[in-house]
Design a protein around this ligand. Structure first.
Ligand code: 5AD
Ligand code: SF4
Length: 442
Protein backbone atom coordinates (compact mmCIF):
# COMPACT_ATOMS: atom_id res chain seq x y z
CA UNK A 1 0.00 0.00 0.00
CA UNK A 2 1.23 3.49 -0.85
CA UNK A 3 -0.34 6.93 -0.54
CA UNK A 4 -2.46 8.23 -3.42
CA UNK A 5 -0.50 10.78 -5.46
CA UNK A 6 -1.17 14.44 -4.68
CA UNK A 7 0.63 15.97 -7.65
CA UNK A 8 0.85 14.89 -11.28
CA UNK A 9 2.65 15.70 -14.50
CA UNK A 10 1.42 14.64 -17.94
CA UNK A 11 4.08 14.55 -20.67
CA UNK A 12 2.72 14.20 -24.18
CA UNK A 13 4.72 13.19 -27.24
CA UNK A 14 3.77 12.93 -30.89
CA UNK A 15 0.68 14.29 -32.55
CA UNK A 16 -1.90 16.91 -31.58
CA UNK A 17 -4.35 14.17 -30.62
CA UNK A 18 -1.92 13.19 -27.87
CA UNK A 19 -1.72 16.82 -26.73
CA UNK A 20 -5.53 16.83 -26.50
CA UNK A 21 -5.63 13.47 -24.67
CA UNK A 22 -2.93 14.77 -22.30
CA UNK A 23 -5.07 17.82 -21.46
CA UNK A 24 -8.10 15.61 -20.83
CA UNK A 25 -6.07 13.30 -18.55
CA UNK A 26 -4.81 16.33 -16.62
CA UNK A 27 -8.40 17.57 -16.21
CA UNK A 28 -9.43 14.11 -15.01
CA UNK A 29 -6.68 13.99 -12.40
CA UNK A 30 -7.48 17.57 -11.38
CA UNK A 31 -11.12 16.59 -10.86
CA UNK A 32 -9.86 13.95 -8.39
CA UNK A 33 -8.24 16.68 -6.30
CA UNK A 34 -4.68 16.23 -7.59
CA UNK A 35 -2.72 19.32 -8.59
CA UNK A 36 -0.31 19.80 -11.46
CA UNK A 37 3.32 19.73 -10.29
CA UNK A 38 5.04 23.07 -10.77
CA UNK A 39 7.54 23.43 -13.63
CA UNK A 40 10.74 21.61 -12.67
CA UNK A 41 9.26 20.26 -9.41
CA UNK A 42 8.95 16.59 -8.57
CA UNK A 43 5.55 14.96 -9.24
CA UNK A 44 4.02 12.01 -7.33
CA UNK A 45 2.49 10.67 -10.55
CA UNK A 46 4.01 10.97 -14.03
CA UNK A 47 1.87 10.09 -17.04
CA UNK A 48 3.93 9.45 -20.18
CA UNK A 49 1.55 9.92 -23.08
CA UNK A 50 3.56 8.17 -25.77
CA UNK A 51 3.77 7.98 -29.57
CA UNK A 52 4.31 4.78 -31.58
CA UNK A 53 4.30 6.17 -35.12
CA UNK A 54 8.03 5.69 -35.76
CA UNK A 55 10.60 3.55 -33.95
CA UNK A 56 12.48 6.55 -32.56
CA UNK A 57 9.32 7.98 -30.96
CA UNK A 58 8.47 4.62 -29.38
CA UNK A 59 11.99 4.13 -27.95
CA UNK A 60 11.83 7.61 -26.47
CA UNK A 61 9.14 6.37 -24.06
CA UNK A 62 11.53 3.86 -22.50
CA UNK A 63 14.49 6.24 -22.28
CA UNK A 64 12.21 8.76 -20.56
CA UNK A 65 11.07 6.19 -18.02
CA UNK A 66 14.70 5.51 -17.06
CA UNK A 67 15.25 9.20 -16.39
CA UNK A 68 12.42 9.35 -13.86
CA UNK A 69 14.46 7.54 -11.16
CA UNK A 70 15.23 10.10 -8.42
CA UNK A 71 18.68 10.65 -6.89
CA UNK A 72 17.68 8.86 -3.68
CA UNK A 73 16.68 5.78 -5.71
CA UNK A 74 12.93 6.35 -5.30
CA UNK A 75 10.60 7.02 -8.22
CA UNK A 76 7.22 8.61 -8.90
CA UNK A 77 4.21 6.49 -9.76
CA UNK A 78 4.56 5.97 -13.54
CA UNK A 79 1.64 5.57 -15.94
CA UNK A 80 2.44 4.53 -19.50
CA UNK A 81 -0.31 5.99 -21.71
CA UNK A 82 -0.77 6.71 -25.41
CA UNK A 83 0.01 4.56 -28.42
CA UNK A 84 3.05 2.68 -27.05
CA UNK A 85 0.82 1.59 -24.16
CA UNK A 86 -1.82 0.42 -26.64
CA UNK A 87 0.63 -1.38 -28.92
CA UNK A 88 2.76 -3.04 -26.27
CA UNK A 89 0.35 -3.39 -23.32
CA UNK A 90 1.49 -6.04 -20.85
CA UNK A 91 4.80 -6.44 -22.73
CA UNK A 92 5.70 -2.87 -21.77
CA UNK A 93 5.11 -3.71 -18.12
CA UNK A 94 7.40 -6.71 -18.47
CA UNK A 95 10.05 -4.62 -20.22
CA UNK A 96 10.31 -2.01 -17.47
CA UNK A 97 9.72 -2.63 -13.76
CA UNK A 98 9.44 1.13 -13.36
CA UNK A 99 5.97 1.16 -15.00
CA UNK A 100 3.09 1.01 -12.50
CA UNK A 101 0.17 1.06 -14.88
CA UNK A 102 -0.48 0.86 -18.61
CA UNK A 103 -3.49 2.66 -20.12
CA UNK A 104 -4.40 2.91 -23.80
CA UNK A 105 -5.84 5.95 -25.62
CA UNK A 106 -9.43 4.62 -25.50
CA UNK A 107 -9.33 3.67 -21.81
CA UNK A 108 -7.83 6.68 -20.04
CA UNK A 109 -11.13 7.73 -18.44
CA UNK A 110 -10.24 4.86 -16.04
CA UNK A 111 -6.95 6.49 -15.01
CA UNK A 112 -8.11 7.57 -11.51
CA UNK A 113 -9.32 4.07 -10.56
CA UNK A 114 -6.15 2.55 -11.97
CA UNK A 115 -4.05 4.96 -9.88
CA UNK A 116 -6.02 3.81 -6.82
CA UNK A 117 -5.32 0.17 -7.77
CA UNK A 118 -1.59 0.94 -7.88
CA UNK A 119 -1.80 2.55 -4.43
CA UNK A 120 -3.39 -0.73 -3.27
CA UNK A 121 -0.46 -2.74 -4.57
CA UNK A 122 -1.79 -3.54 -8.07
CA UNK A 123 -0.14 -3.10 -11.48
CA UNK A 124 -3.11 -2.70 -13.85
CA UNK A 125 -3.18 -2.74 -17.64
CA UNK A 126 -6.16 -1.47 -19.64
CA UNK A 127 -5.87 -1.35 -23.41
CA UNK A 128 -9.53 -2.07 -24.12
CA UNK A 129 -11.31 -0.25 -26.91
CA UNK A 130 -14.78 -0.15 -25.34
CA UNK A 131 -17.88 0.31 -27.48
CA UNK A 132 -18.98 3.19 -25.23
CA UNK A 133 -16.55 6.00 -25.73
CA UNK A 134 -14.43 7.50 -22.97
CA UNK A 135 -15.69 11.01 -23.71
CA UNK A 136 -18.89 10.67 -21.67
CA UNK A 137 -16.82 9.75 -18.60
CA UNK A 138 -14.53 12.79 -18.76
CA UNK A 139 -15.09 15.97 -16.75
CA UNK A 140 -16.13 19.22 -18.47
CA UNK A 141 -13.41 21.31 -20.10
CA UNK A 142 -11.71 23.85 -17.87
CA UNK A 143 -9.96 27.12 -18.57
CA UNK A 144 -7.99 26.86 -21.80
CA UNK A 145 -5.60 28.98 -23.85
CA UNK A 146 -6.69 31.09 -26.85
CA UNK A 147 -6.11 28.20 -29.24
CA UNK A 148 -7.66 24.86 -28.26
CA UNK A 149 -7.86 21.36 -29.70
CA UNK A 150 -11.09 19.41 -29.92
CA UNK A 151 -11.15 15.75 -30.95
CA UNK A 152 -14.10 15.08 -33.24
CA UNK A 153 -13.03 11.80 -34.82
CA UNK A 154 -10.69 9.03 -33.79
CA UNK A 155 -9.15 6.00 -35.39
CA UNK A 156 -8.53 5.10 -38.99
CA UNK A 157 -9.87 2.55 -41.47
CA UNK A 158 -7.49 3.46 -44.27
CA UNK A 159 -4.73 0.96 -43.42
CA UNK A 160 -1.84 2.62 -45.18
CA UNK A 161 0.67 -0.21 -45.21
CA UNK A 162 3.34 1.62 -43.18
CA UNK A 163 1.10 2.96 -40.44
CA UNK A 164 0.34 1.74 -36.91
CA UNK A 165 -2.59 4.10 -36.33
CA UNK A 166 -5.37 1.69 -37.38
CA UNK A 167 -3.99 -0.73 -34.76
CA UNK A 168 -3.17 1.69 -31.94
CA UNK A 169 -6.18 3.98 -32.31
CA UNK A 170 -8.65 1.44 -33.66
CA UNK A 171 -11.49 1.78 -36.15
CA UNK A 172 -12.78 5.14 -37.31
CA UNK A 173 -15.41 6.65 -35.02
CA UNK A 174 -17.04 10.08 -35.18
CA UNK A 175 -18.08 11.81 -31.97
CA UNK A 176 -21.72 12.90 -31.95
CA UNK A 177 -22.59 16.37 -33.22
CA UNK A 178 -24.20 17.59 -29.97
CA UNK A 179 -21.18 16.54 -27.85
CA UNK A 180 -18.81 18.39 -30.16
CA UNK A 181 -20.91 21.57 -30.22
CA UNK A 182 -21.22 21.47 -26.41
CA UNK A 183 -17.47 21.00 -25.98
CA UNK A 184 -16.74 23.82 -28.44
CA UNK A 185 -19.03 26.14 -26.49
CA UNK A 186 -17.34 25.31 -23.21
CA UNK A 187 -13.90 25.85 -24.78
CA UNK A 188 -15.01 29.31 -25.96
CA UNK A 189 -16.41 30.07 -22.50
CA UNK A 190 -13.05 28.92 -21.09
CA UNK A 191 -11.16 31.44 -23.24
CA UNK A 192 -10.61 29.81 -26.66
CA UNK A 193 -10.85 32.09 -29.71
CA UNK A 194 -9.56 29.45 -32.11
CA UNK A 195 -10.45 25.74 -32.21
CA UNK A 196 -8.64 23.07 -34.18
CA UNK A 197 -10.83 20.04 -34.84
CA UNK A 198 -8.77 16.89 -34.53
CA UNK A 199 -9.01 13.42 -35.98
CA UNK A 200 -6.62 10.88 -37.46
CA UNK A 201 -8.90 11.18 -40.46
CA UNK A 202 -10.82 14.27 -39.50
CA UNK A 203 -12.37 14.86 -42.90
CA UNK A 204 -14.02 11.43 -42.69
CA UNK A 205 -16.15 12.78 -39.81
CA UNK A 206 -19.86 12.16 -40.28
CA UNK A 207 -22.87 12.60 -38.07
CA UNK A 208 -26.37 13.93 -37.67
CA UNK A 209 -27.22 17.48 -36.74
CA UNK A 210 -29.86 18.41 -34.15
CA UNK A 211 -32.60 17.99 -36.78
CA UNK A 212 -31.42 14.47 -37.63
CA UNK A 213 -29.90 15.47 -41.01
CA UNK A 214 -26.71 13.63 -41.75
CA UNK A 215 -23.69 15.54 -42.90
CA UNK A 216 -19.93 15.64 -43.08
CA UNK A 217 -17.22 17.78 -41.56
CA UNK A 218 -18.32 20.76 -43.65
CA UNK A 219 -21.75 20.88 -41.98
CA UNK A 220 -20.12 20.59 -38.57
CA UNK A 221 -17.73 23.45 -39.44
CA UNK A 222 -20.62 25.63 -40.62
CA UNK A 223 -22.47 25.01 -37.33
CA UNK A 224 -19.42 25.68 -35.16
CA UNK A 225 -18.75 28.89 -37.08
CA UNK A 226 -22.04 30.21 -35.66
CA UNK A 227 -20.70 30.13 -32.08
CA UNK A 228 -20.27 33.70 -30.85
CA UNK A 229 -16.79 34.43 -29.58
CA UNK A 230 -15.22 31.69 -31.69
CA UNK A 231 -13.15 33.47 -34.32
CA UNK A 232 -11.06 30.82 -36.01
CA UNK A 233 -11.57 27.20 -37.01
CA UNK A 234 -9.03 24.73 -38.31
CA UNK A 235 -9.00 20.95 -38.76
CA UNK A 236 -6.32 18.29 -39.07
CA UNK A 237 -5.35 15.66 -40.31
CA UNK A 238 -7.13 14.96 -43.56
CA UNK A 239 -6.93 12.18 -46.12
CA UNK A 240 -7.05 13.18 -49.81
CA UNK A 241 -9.75 10.58 -50.54
CA UNK A 242 -12.13 12.24 -48.05
CA UNK A 243 -11.77 15.81 -49.36
CA UNK A 244 -15.43 16.20 -50.38
CA UNK A 245 -16.75 18.96 -52.62
CA UNK A 246 -18.76 20.26 -49.65
CA UNK A 247 -15.65 20.61 -47.51
CA UNK A 248 -13.75 22.26 -50.35
CA UNK A 249 -16.64 24.72 -50.84
CA UNK A 250 -16.60 25.54 -47.10
CA UNK A 251 -13.06 26.87 -47.56
CA UNK A 252 -14.43 29.52 -49.89
CA UNK A 253 -17.58 30.29 -47.90
CA UNK A 254 -16.89 30.10 -44.16
CA UNK A 255 -14.93 33.18 -43.07
CA UNK A 256 -13.91 31.66 -39.76
CA UNK A 257 -12.37 28.62 -41.46
CA UNK A 258 -8.70 29.56 -41.76
CA UNK A 259 -6.97 29.33 -45.15
CA UNK A 260 -4.82 26.35 -44.24
CA UNK A 261 -5.06 22.71 -45.22
CA UNK A 262 -2.83 19.88 -44.04
CA UNK A 263 -3.21 17.26 -46.74
CA UNK A 264 -0.51 14.58 -46.61
CA UNK A 265 0.53 12.98 -49.90
CA UNK A 266 3.47 10.88 -48.59
CA UNK A 267 5.00 10.30 -52.05
CA UNK A 268 4.69 11.63 -55.58
CA UNK A 269 5.10 8.22 -57.20
CA UNK A 270 2.05 6.16 -58.19
CA UNK A 271 3.70 2.74 -57.71
CA UNK A 272 4.79 3.78 -54.20
CA UNK A 273 1.36 5.27 -53.39
CA UNK A 274 -0.15 1.96 -54.49
CA UNK A 275 2.26 -0.04 -52.32
CA UNK A 276 1.39 2.32 -49.46
CA UNK A 277 -2.34 1.58 -50.07
CA UNK A 278 -3.01 5.32 -50.19
CA UNK A 279 -6.13 5.05 -52.41
CA UNK A 280 -5.15 8.14 -54.41
CA UNK A 281 -2.71 8.86 -57.20
CA UNK A 282 -0.37 11.81 -57.63
CA UNK A 283 -2.72 13.11 -60.32
CA UNK A 284 -5.92 12.81 -58.25
CA UNK A 285 -4.16 14.52 -55.33
CA UNK A 286 -3.12 17.40 -57.56
CA UNK A 287 -6.68 17.72 -58.88
CA UNK A 288 -7.94 17.99 -55.30
CA UNK A 289 -5.41 20.72 -54.56
CA UNK A 290 -6.52 22.57 -57.67
CA UNK A 291 -10.16 22.47 -56.55
CA UNK A 292 -9.22 23.68 -53.07
CA UNK A 293 -7.25 26.55 -54.57
CA UNK A 294 -10.14 27.44 -56.85
CA UNK A 295 -12.35 27.74 -53.75
CA UNK A 296 -9.77 29.61 -51.67
CA UNK A 297 -6.91 30.95 -53.82
CA UNK A 298 -4.70 32.10 -50.93
CA UNK A 299 -4.86 28.79 -49.02
CA UNK A 300 -1.65 27.47 -47.44
CA UNK A 301 -1.14 23.78 -48.19
CA UNK A 302 0.89 21.64 -45.85
CA UNK A 303 1.86 18.00 -46.24
CA UNK A 304 3.57 14.91 -44.87
CA UNK A 305 6.18 12.89 -46.74
CA UNK A 306 7.89 9.57 -46.23
CA UNK A 307 11.18 8.83 -47.99
CA UNK A 308 12.68 5.37 -48.32
CA UNK A 309 9.48 3.32 -48.37
CA UNK A 310 10.41 -0.26 -49.42
CA UNK A 311 11.07 -0.40 -53.15
CA UNK A 312 11.41 3.39 -53.59
CA UNK A 313 13.78 4.03 -56.51
CA UNK A 314 15.63 7.22 -57.45
CA UNK A 315 12.99 7.75 -60.11
CA UNK A 316 10.17 7.42 -57.54
CA UNK A 317 11.94 9.92 -55.34
CA UNK A 318 12.33 12.34 -58.23
CA UNK A 319 8.55 12.31 -58.71
CA UNK A 320 8.16 13.23 -55.03
CA UNK A 321 10.36 16.29 -55.62
CA UNK A 322 8.22 17.07 -58.66
CA UNK A 323 4.96 17.02 -56.69
CA UNK A 324 6.56 19.28 -54.08
CA UNK A 325 7.36 21.76 -56.85
CA UNK A 326 3.91 21.65 -58.34
CA UNK A 327 2.05 22.07 -55.02
CA UNK A 328 4.50 24.63 -53.55
CA UNK A 329 3.80 23.64 -49.95
CA UNK A 330 3.70 26.41 -47.36
CA UNK A 331 4.96 23.95 -44.77
CA UNK A 332 5.59 20.23 -44.49
CA UNK A 333 6.73 17.37 -42.30
CA UNK A 334 9.04 14.77 -43.80
CA UNK A 335 10.21 11.48 -42.36
CA UNK A 336 12.44 8.54 -43.10
CA UNK A 337 10.41 5.37 -43.42
CA UNK A 338 10.42 3.40 -40.19
CA UNK A 339 9.34 -0.26 -40.30
CA UNK A 340 6.67 -0.80 -37.66
CA UNK A 341 5.99 -4.25 -36.25
CA UNK A 342 2.72 -5.76 -37.46
CA UNK A 343 2.26 -3.46 -40.47
CA UNK A 344 2.21 -4.94 -44.00
CA UNK A 345 5.13 -2.77 -45.20
CA UNK A 346 7.39 -4.15 -42.46
CA UNK A 347 7.66 -7.43 -44.40
CA UNK A 348 7.93 -5.90 -47.88
CA UNK A 349 11.04 -6.43 -49.94
CA UNK A 350 13.25 -3.69 -51.30
CA UNK A 351 14.49 -2.05 -48.11
CA UNK A 352 16.20 1.27 -48.83
CA UNK A 353 19.58 1.72 -47.14
CA UNK A 354 20.06 4.22 -44.34
CA UNK A 355 22.49 6.28 -46.46
CA UNK A 356 20.05 6.58 -49.35
CA UNK A 357 17.23 7.53 -46.96
CA UNK A 358 19.42 10.18 -45.33
CA UNK A 359 20.35 11.62 -48.70
CA UNK A 360 16.73 11.70 -49.96
CA UNK A 361 15.42 13.23 -46.75
CA UNK A 362 18.05 15.93 -46.89
CA UNK A 363 17.30 16.77 -50.52
CA UNK A 364 13.56 16.77 -49.88
CA UNK A 365 13.91 19.03 -46.87
CA UNK A 366 16.04 21.53 -48.79
CA UNK A 367 13.34 21.68 -51.47
CA UNK A 368 10.49 21.98 -48.94
CA UNK A 369 12.35 24.75 -47.10
CA UNK A 370 12.72 26.73 -50.37
CA UNK A 371 8.95 26.63 -50.86
CA UNK A 372 8.22 27.55 -47.22
CA UNK A 373 10.55 30.50 -47.47
CA UNK A 374 8.95 31.63 -50.73
CA UNK A 375 5.47 31.33 -49.21
CA UNK A 376 6.53 33.27 -46.12
CA UNK A 377 8.34 35.96 -48.14
CA UNK A 378 5.18 36.57 -50.15
CA UNK A 379 3.52 37.85 -46.96
CA UNK A 380 6.09 40.62 -46.39
CA UNK A 381 4.32 43.97 -46.39
CA UNK A 382 0.89 42.44 -45.68
CA UNK A 383 -1.23 43.32 -42.65
CA UNK A 384 -2.29 40.15 -40.86
CA UNK A 385 -4.49 39.32 -37.87
CA UNK A 386 -2.24 37.55 -35.38
CA UNK A 387 -3.64 35.57 -32.46
CA UNK A 388 -1.04 35.81 -29.69
CA UNK A 389 -0.49 32.42 -28.05
CA UNK A 390 2.87 32.61 -26.24
CA UNK A 391 5.71 34.76 -25.04
CA UNK A 392 8.88 35.13 -27.08
CA UNK A 393 12.33 34.69 -25.57
CA UNK A 394 13.27 38.37 -25.79
CA UNK A 395 11.76 40.88 -23.35
CA UNK A 396 8.60 42.46 -24.79
CA UNK A 397 8.42 39.89 -27.58
CA UNK A 398 5.23 37.88 -28.17
CA UNK A 399 4.47 35.15 -30.70
CA UNK A 400 1.18 34.51 -32.43
CA UNK A 401 -0.33 32.72 -35.39
CA UNK A 402 -1.26 34.18 -38.73
CA UNK A 403 -4.34 32.87 -40.59
CA UNK A 404 -1.88 30.65 -42.53
CA UNK A 405 -0.56 29.18 -39.25
CA UNK A 406 2.78 30.95 -39.53
CA UNK A 407 4.43 31.86 -36.22
CA UNK A 408 4.79 35.65 -36.13
CA UNK A 409 7.18 37.41 -33.74
CA UNK A 410 6.15 40.89 -32.68
CA UNK A 411 7.21 43.41 -30.04
CA UNK A 412 4.17 44.40 -28.03
CA UNK A 413 2.87 44.74 -24.52
CA UNK A 414 -0.29 42.85 -25.53
CA UNK A 415 -1.02 39.58 -23.77
CA UNK A 416 -1.71 35.97 -24.67
CA UNK A 417 -5.14 35.71 -26.31
CA UNK A 418 -5.03 39.16 -27.94
CA UNK A 419 -5.70 39.43 -31.67
CA UNK A 420 -3.33 42.00 -33.17
CA UNK A 421 -3.07 43.72 -36.49
CA UNK A 422 0.54 43.17 -37.57
CA UNK A 423 2.45 44.25 -40.66
CA UNK A 424 4.92 41.57 -41.74
CA UNK A 425 8.43 42.96 -42.11
CA UNK A 426 10.59 39.88 -42.56
CA UNK A 427 10.34 36.18 -43.27
CA UNK A 428 12.34 33.07 -42.42
CA UNK A 429 11.62 29.44 -43.36
CA UNK A 430 9.60 28.74 -40.22
CA UNK A 431 8.51 32.14 -38.94
CA UNK A 432 7.72 35.76 -39.70
CA UNK A 433 8.61 38.98 -37.93
CA UNK A 434 6.33 41.99 -37.88
CA UNK A 435 5.42 45.29 -36.28
CA UNK A 436 2.11 46.41 -34.84
CA UNK A 437 0.18 48.27 -37.49
CA UNK A 438 -0.44 51.12 -35.09
CA UNK A 439 3.28 51.19 -34.26
CA UNK A 440 4.06 51.47 -37.96
CA UNK A 441 1.60 54.32 -38.40
CA UNK A 442 3.05 56.22 -35.41
N1 5AD B 1 7.49 5.66 -41.03
C1 5AD B 1 7.71 6.97 -41.30
N2 5AD B 1 6.75 7.91 -41.25
C2 5AD B 1 5.50 7.49 -40.92
N3 5AD B 1 4.35 8.18 -40.78
C3 5AD B 1 3.38 7.31 -40.41
N4 5AD B 1 3.89 6.08 -40.29
C4 5AD B 1 5.21 6.16 -40.60
C5 5AD B 1 6.26 5.22 -40.67
N5 5AD B 1 6.07 3.92 -40.42
C6 5AD B 1 4.22 9.61 -41.07
C7 5AD B 1 3.25 9.89 -42.22
C8 5AD B 1 2.04 10.41 -41.52
C9 5AD B 1 2.67 11.13 -40.33
C10 5AD B 1 1.76 11.39 -39.19
O1 5AD B 1 3.71 10.26 -39.93
O2 5AD B 1 3.83 10.88 -43.05
O3 5AD B 1 1.27 11.29 -42.30
FE1 SF4 C 1 -2.06 6.14 -40.88
FE2 SF4 C 1 -2.91 6.23 -43.42
FE3 SF4 C 1 -4.70 6.25 -41.41
FE4 SF4 C 1 -3.13 8.42 -41.85
S1 SF4 C 1 -4.67 7.57 -43.29
S2 SF4 C 1 -3.56 7.43 -39.85
S3 SF4 C 1 -1.21 7.47 -42.51
S4 SF4 C 1 -3.32 4.57 -41.93
Amino acid sequence: MTDLPKTYRVKSFGCQMNVYDGERMAELLGAQGMTAAAEGADADLVVLNTCHIREKAAERAYSDIGRLRREDGSKPMIALAGCVAQAEGAEAKARSRMIDLVVGPQAYHRLPEMVAEVANGGRPVDTDMPAISKFGALPARRKVGPSAFLTVQEGCDKFCTYCVVPYTRGAEISRPWADIVAEARSLVEGGAREITLLGQNVNAWSGEDEKGCSGGLDSLIRALARIDGLERLRYTTSHPADMTDGLIAAHGEVDKLMPYLHLPVQSGSDPILKAMNRSHSAESYLRTIEKVRAARPDIAISGDFIVGFPGETDEDFTTTLAIVDSVRYASAYSFKYSARPGTPAAVMEGAVTAEVMDDRLQRLQVRLAEHSLAFNRATIGKDLAILIDRKGRLPGQMIGKSPWLQSVFVETDAGIGDMLDVTVTHALTNSLGGVLRTAKAA
